[in-house]
Design a binder for this molecule. Structure first.
Ligand code: DX5
Ligand code: ZN
Length: 213
C-alpha cells in the first residue's frame, strides 16, 4: 500500500524533521490540504508552505485544493513545487479547461469526489486523471471518523478502472488508520492519505503499519 501523509497534522514547528522521518519510512508522496474558508469551513495553507515542503523532500507533492476557484490558483501551487493537483468535481469550474491548464504547466491532475458524489458522475473524466481521490469524510477537518459508506464506491471505481485498462490510482482521504485502511485496501485502494493517525504516534511505525495493509 502506498502512503501519503497529510502534513496538516504534523508539528509545523518541526516540519523538516517530521518529513525526514516520513521519507525514511518510505512514503509515496506528501499530501497538502489547501482550504479557503469558502469551499470548506476552514483555512489552511498556501503556496509558501508547499515551497517549504519542496525544500525538505524530493518525493511527490500532491496538493489537495479545497477551494472555490482552483482555476485561479493552480499556477502558484505548481510554481511552488506541487507535482499533482487534486481538484474537486464539486468545485463547479470547467474541469476540462483546468486539466489542460495544469498540463501546460507540466503538472499532473487528480480528481476528487466527496462522500455523497456517486462514481458515475465522474466516470467520463477518469481517463484524464492520474489519481481518483475518494473522500471518506466531509472535507474540512482532520480527525473525523471514516465513513464506511464509501467502501462500495471504491470497489466500483476499481472495477471500472480495471475493466477499461486505465492506470488511474485510487486514493482514500479521511479517517484512515490501520483498521479503516485495511477496509480500503480490501476494496481496492492504491494510496492511503492519513493525517491524525500518522502524526499522533510514532510516525515511522504508523506509516509502516499502513504500508503492509
Ligand atoms: C480533510 C483533508 C484530509 C484530512 C485527513 O479535509 O482533506 O486530508 O486532513 O485527516 P485525517 O487523516 O485525520 O482524517
Ligand atoms: Zn486531503
Amino acid at each position: 500500500m502506498l502512503v501519503s501523509p497529510s502534513i496538516i497534522s504534523s508539528k509545523l514547528e518541526n516540519l523538516g524533521n517530521q518529513i525526514t522521518e516520513c521519507d525514511r519510512a518510505g512514503v509515496f508522496s506528501y499530501h497538502l490540504d489547501v482550504m479557503d474558508g469558502h469551499f470548506v469551513p476552514n483555512l489552511t495553507m498556501g503556496p509558501d508552505l508547499v515551497r517549504a515542503v519542496r525544500r525538505c523532500t524530493k518525493k511527490t507533492i500532491e496538493t489537495h485544493l479545497m477551494i472555490e476557484r482552483p482555476d485561479k490558483f493552480y499556477k502558484p501551487f505548481i510554481e511552488a513545487g506541487s507535482d499533482i493537483l487534486l481538484v474537486h468535481h464539486e468545485c463547479l469550474v470547467d474541469l476540462r479547461k483546468l486539466i489542460s491548464g495544469i498540463r501546460d504547466e507540466n503538472a499532473k491532475f487528480g480528481l476528487v469526489i466527496n462522500p455523497e458524489t456517486p462514481f458515475e458522475k465522474v466516470r467520463d473524466l477518469i481517463d484524464e486523471a492520474e489519481i481518483l481521490l475518494i473522500m471518506s469524510i466531509h472535507p474540512g477537518f482532520s480527525g473525523q471518523k471514516f465513513m464506511d459508506s464509501v467502501l462500495p464506491k471504491i470497489a466500483e471505481a476499481k472495477k471500472y478502472i480495471k475493466d477499461q485498462g486505465l492506470s488511474t490510482k485510487i486514493e482514500i482521504d479521511g479517517g484512515v488508520n490501520d483498521e479503516t485502511g485495511k477496509k480500503c485496501a480490501d476494496a481496492g485502494a492504491d494510496i492511503l492519505v492519513s493525517a491524525s493517525y500518522i502524526f499522533s504516534g510514532k510516525i515511522g511505525e504508523r506509516i509502516n503499519k499502513l504500508q503492509v495493509l
